[in-house]
Ligand binder design. Structure first.
Ligand code: CAA
Ligand code: NAD
Length: 333
């Protein structure tokens, strides 16, 4: 695989990309040239990552277990691309269609994860949040892909080191945490374990920058940066309402108008998925490094009830609020 020596990569020193500059400006670091990316999982996050990768010029394999799931992922991408094209080519229908066709032409659909990984320099995993399932996938990919291929997981809450332990490439394994909605959220967290190589770290910073994202670095600790702060905040908002201190509507209004957040905590939990929030907090409460039994993330009866009823938020049509429409584009009723 081609390795390219880079001198310091010049970036505009605006406040927003200071961190990116610091990450990328390491002098004379080695980066791996990435031409083809495989994204495994074509759900909410995987489809978003496929879209931004293809939009930035990468050839991308989008992999899922069944054709039906791939078709759903394709639908998420085309509807998001239409939103992007509408802004980019406001009065130019032909230009808009060409933009969409060009991006889609760089995406190959597949149900064969091993074959897809074997022809890629970077594999991004965005499948179900389950340690054993992720380990089984990476074990199979490890046997199929060249030793140089970089593996990353988009996990929200699982230790990267535990996922990587199923492979023989600890130095070429990292976390790459995108945010929902991927096309819109600028941040990506790059999670380094003690074994992740400098080459891998700088390659991921280069690739995410090319995708138009701002990378930040974090050690392999529960929740990395954003979820470590965001999830306890969500749990505190649940407790505030459970105590009867305020209504969930007023909490949402308060945090939007008083703290400048784009969504209140209940709207955001519905957006992320209530099952996901429950899964993350349960895992940390039981075995999160430094978080076991922490009251910040103790179970919430209100969250437990909604999840038990199958009300997962936007994706199921009902959570704290009710929604209508399809998938990620569902609107609040
Ligand atoms: N594809 C393309 N563009 C999209 C999009 C998508 N899926 N979703 C939103 N957009 C664009 C819209 O086109 C619009 O663009 P312009 O402003 O240029 O016109 C812009 O985003 C705003 O969208 P809307 O007007 O439809 O709605 P909004 O103003 O309410 O913004 C939002 C929607 C971007 C989701 C905003 O509410 C927001 O930022 N919410 C917070 C999201 C957040 O915190 N995400 C992180 C969750 S935590 C996580 O992801 C980590 C984890 O591990 C769980
Ligand atoms: P999702 O349920 O929307 O999509 C997961 C997809 O993976 C499904 O299409 C499923 O069929 C597929 N899949 C499952 N096992 C597979 C396998 N062995 N091989 C190929 N495909 C497989 O989930 P999501 O919300 O996109 O989350 C994916 C990952 O991203 C999770 O680790 C999650 O924690 C993380 N994440 C989620 C969010 C969020 O807000 N939802 C944000 C950041 C990170």
């Amino acid at each position: 695989m081609l390795q390219v020596k880079t001198a310091s990569i010049a970036l505009r020193a605006t406040a927003r990309n200071v961190t990116a500059s610091r990450i990328l400006a390491a002098s004379m670091s080695t980066v791996t040239e990435v031409k083809k990316i495989t994204v495994i999982g074509s759900g909410l996050m995987g489809a978003g990552v496929v879209q931004v990768a293809a939009q930035s010029g990468y050839h991308v394999n989008m992999v899922d277990l069944k054709e039906d799931f791939l078709a759903k992922g394709e639908k998420i991408i085309t509807s998001s691309l239409k939103r992007v094209a509408k802004k980019k080519y406001a009065d130019d229908a032909a230009g808009s269609q060409k933009f969409i066709d060009d991006v889609m032409s760089r995406i190959t659909l597949s149900t064969n994860s091993e074959k897809a990984a074997a022809e890629s320099q970077l594999v991004i995993e965005a499948i179900v949040e389950n340690l054993k399932t992720k380990q089984a996938l990476f074990k199979a990919l490890d046997a199929a892909a060249p030793q140089e291929t970089i593996f990353v997981s988009n996990t929200s809450s699982l230790p990267i080191g535990d996922i990587a332990s199923a492979t023989s490439r600890l130095d070429r394994f990292a976390g790459l945490h995108f945010f929902n909605p991927v096309p819109q959220m600028k941040l990506v967290e790059i999670i380094r374990t003690a074994e992740t190589s400098e080459d891998v770290f700088h390659t991921l910073a280069t690739v995410t920058k090319k995708m138009g994202k701002v990378p930040v670095a974090c050690k392999d600790t529960p929740g990395f940066i954003v979820n470590r702060l965001l999830v306890p905040y969500m749990m505190e908002s649940l407790r505030l309402v459970e105590r009867g201190d305020a209504s969930m509507q007023d909490v949402d209004v308060a945090m939007k108008l008083g703290a400048g957040y784009p969504m209140g905590p209940f709207e955001l939990m519905d957006y992320v998925g209530l099952d996901t929030i429950k899964f993350i907090t349960e895992g940390w409460y039981k075995s999160g490094k430094g978080l076991v039994g922490d009251k910040l993330i103790a179970p919430s009866p209100l969250l437990e009830r909604l999840v038990a009823e199958g009300n997962f938020g936007r994706k199921s049509g009902k959570g704290f609020y009710s929604y209508e429409g399809v998938g990620a584009d569902k609107g609040k009723k």
